[in-house]
Design a protein around this ligand. Structure first.
Ligand code: TXA
Ligand code: MG
Length: 352
């Protein structure tokens, strides 16, 4: 299949040309096809959420296990009601505070949502993205878009359309290129069917932000340690995600010690003939061994930048055939919790 790649940005959304593109994208979805599209978090691989055949195609295109449920994306708060059994009071509060935006909530599903979309579960994950291109696309496509991140299963989520092209070209009908995703990490997932509500995946909407609206909020404890012996509540969190091809480790400690330690480890790996990559902040980038591939993600105090650049850098290490990756650790405050969650997964939890 030939995959059309079409630029569609917020600034040109109102033009007749864009309207044509949106109509075409919408009709692909209504006919059971797949369109990748930008959101404020990462690119999504969209299909009609109410069509079981579309969800099957999504799993096939991604190479994703079909027990790993998809998120249903809406572009109008009125569209929530028909796809869920009930809307808990706390979910209403979170929707008021954070929708549209990078928050996904779990509800009990209504019958019209096929089990193919929910990976066999009786619950459904729903997200209302704030990206204007995403919103326009969802509206033109009938209002309900099932979309996982638009990467091949096991690769980092795409923050640029070129990475969607790399992973999915030839497998889907169309890719809408809206430029770089501004957040760069997947949405925060909150289960609103339990009391207190529980964070199943950390993201840009932090625990503190949720608590400000709700009071007490739990965190799925399998996210914090992997020795609980339990499966994570979001089925996708159990898979080895976001993994670069190189062996990765995170180095913790005081800033100067971390630099020294990474330089020592780098020298050793280089002496063994290995290609080394370093994931670091721009504050320390100049202190590292120049023989390594050094990739700063922004200042450690600018966690938004680190979040935005993280997946791009992991992919670049792959493209440059880096064999060993050392990463600095970042603070857990705010978005830092989500950054560290993704880094730990990428490193298979190897911390030095
Ligand atoms: O930011 C995002 O959420 C992006 C963009 C495209 O919106 N989407 C995304 O989708 O990250 P995906 O499929 O890569 O991750 C969805 C996660 C998986 O870990 C899945 O197991 C979990 O959500 N999930 C989906 N439905 C669920 C449910 N009913 N109960 C528990 N977890 C669920
Ligand atoms: Mg994903």
């Amino acid at each position: 299949m030939e995959t059309k790649v079409i630029e569609l940005t917020e600034n040109t959304l109102d033009t007749p040309e864009s309207e044509e593109v949106l109509k075409e994208a919408g009709s692909i979805i209504k006919n059971g096809g797949l369109v990748a599209f930008p959101t404020e978090t990462v690119y999504g691989l969209g299909g009609d959420a109410l069509n079981p055949e579309s969800s099957r195609k999504i799993y096939a295109a991604k190479g994703r296990p079909s027990d790993n449920p998809l998120i249903v994306h809406i572009a109008d708060i009125e569209d929530l009601r028909p796809i869920v059994k009930t809307i808990p009071e706390k979910a209403k509060k979170l929707a008021d505070a954070f929708w549209p935006g990078p928050l996904t909530m779990i509800f009990e599903k209504a019958d019209i949502v096929p089990r193919e979309t929910t990976g066999g579960l009786e619950t459904v994950a729903v997200r209302f993205p704030s990206d204007p291109v995403a919103a326009a696309f969802i509206e033109h496509a009938g209002g309900y878009i099932a979309a996982p991140s638009a990467n091949t299963s096991g690769r980092p989520s795409p923050t640029l359309a070129k990475y969607v092209v790399e992973d999915l070209s030839g497998k889907i009908e169309m890719i809408l290129d809206g430029g770089q995703a501004c957040i760069g990490l997947e949405s925060t997932i909150v289960d609103t069917t339990v009391e207190p509500p529980m964070i199943l995946r950390p993201g840009y909407i932090t625990k503190a932000m949720l608590e400000k609206v709700l009071g007490e909020v739990d965190v799925d404890k399998t996210l914090l340690t992997d020795d609980s012996g339990q499966a994570p509540k979001a089925p996708g969190m159990k898979y080895k995600h976001y993994a670069p091809k190189g062996d990765m480790a995170i180095v913790t400690g005081e800033a100067d010690e971390v630099v020294k330690r990474i330089n020592d480890l780098t020298a050793k790996a280089l002496s063994e003939g290995k290609k080394v990559g370093i994931f670091c902040s721009s504050d320390t980038a100049a202190s590292y061994d120049k023989r390594a591939v050094i990739k700063p993600a922004g200042s450690a105090s600018d966690e938004d930048s680190v979040a935005r650049e993280l997946y791009r850098i992991l992919r670049e290490f792959d493209d440059e055939n880096v064999e060993v990756i050392y990463s600095e650790a970042f603070d857990y405050g705010g978005v830092g919790a989500a950054i560290m969650n993704r880094l730990l997964k990428a490193a298979g939890r190897r911390v030095l």
